[in-house]
Design a protein around this ligand. Structure first.
Ligand code: PMT
Length: 284
């Protein structure tokens, strides 16, 4: 569902008030699109920023939204999100701190913008996103198979924190404490790399993420080229106030054409909208 807030008529000084600005920012963070206010004559007799938009402007805005929605309905999108669980035995697994929040927000923004959206999610505590085709998996192998079964797609966004390793021979019984030195690990398939190098099934737009703790730019550029992505969205996962688990993120987007954008820290919901706006521009 699209959330639109029509800015009511208000005196300019009320609009400029700090608490009003903060409330407006909250609405933007919650995914609302704001229409108005505009500059003009106000009921109190003053001139300034605080005039409600004309009804024709509001209707025009809403009509444009529905046109955009209708146009995006032709696009399919696939998102991976959350961690994977690589079981060692029936009760223990290798995993990481991913909550799935960033990927779920991207799926939410895609569906709100009209995309036919599939979300392939590792184990998370998040509620399903209304309208999104949610496929729940546990391991990296299951995520790979689910991804392959849901191609072709126009755009794929790989925000999942896929475990890089799994155990070679998963035990059917709980491993005894003194047997842990016998664990053998092997690499999981790189899902992003596999899909973006696929001859026939490569989506038109492949967007990867890079979770880095050092040399953010260099490591991300390496992933952009090695994984054959169109864009890499890089975040610093050594910080507590962004990245894993947080409701906020701060990213740099590195593009195949060598350009880059550094976005400010914002809610994951707002970042998802920023990413989806760029996807819409790219696909049209
Ligand atoms: O889930 P949250 O708590 O909201 O946190 C969000 C996030 C930090 C998980 C997210 O913003 C993020 O950075 N996701 C990518 C995590 C990651 O595993 O990055 P990586 O640099 O290790 O991997 C690079 C890319 O390859 C990623 O797009 C990843 O999905 C993909 N990959 C990696 C390994 C693998 N076997 N298959 C993959 O597809």
């Amino acid at each position: 569902d699209k959330k639109i807030f029509i800015a009511p008529a208000m005196n300019g000084r009320m609009w400029e008030n700090q608490s009003n600005k903060e409330n407006l920012k909250k609405l933007v963070d919650f995914g609302y699109e704001i229409i108005g206010p505009e500059a003009g004559d106000m009921a109190c007799g003053e001139f300034g920023m605080g005039k409600m938009s004309e009804p024709a402007t509001i209707i025009n805005h809403i009509n444009n939204y529905f046109k955009k929605l209708e146009n995006n309905k032709k696009f399919k999108a696939l998102v991976t999100a959350g961690p994977t669980h690589e079981y060692l035995d029936p009760v223990r697994f290798i995993t990481n701190k991913s909550s799935g929040k960033q990927g779920y927000e991207i799926a939410r923004s895609l569906i709100e913008n009209g995309f036919d959206t599939t979300l392939i999610s590792g184990p998370t505590n998040l509620s399903p996103v209304k309208g999104v085709n949610l496929i729940k998996i546990k391991s990296a192998d299951e995520m790979l198979n689910a991804t392959l079964s849901n191609l072709p797609t126009d755009v794929a966004i790989f925000s999942a924190a896929v475990a890089d390793f799994k155990v070679k021979d998963k035990k059917s019984e709980k491993i005894k404490k003194n047997k842990f030195s016998e664990l053998n690990l092997e690499k999981n398939t790189d899902i992003l790399g596999h899909i973006s190098n696929h001859n026939s099934l490569r989506p038109k737009l492949v967007v990867g993420f890079a979770a880095e703790t050092t040399s953010l730019k260099n490591n991300s550029l390496k992933k952009l080229s090695e994984k054959n992505c169109d864009w890499i969205i890089a975040n610093d996962v050594s910080r507590d106030d962004i990245g894993f688990e947080s409701d906020f993120n701060q990213v740099s987007i590195f593009y195949k054409n060598n350009s880059e954008e550094n976005l400010p820290r914002m809610r994951k919901s707002s970042l998802a909208n920023e990413i989806v706006n760029r996807i819409i521009s790219q696909l049209n």
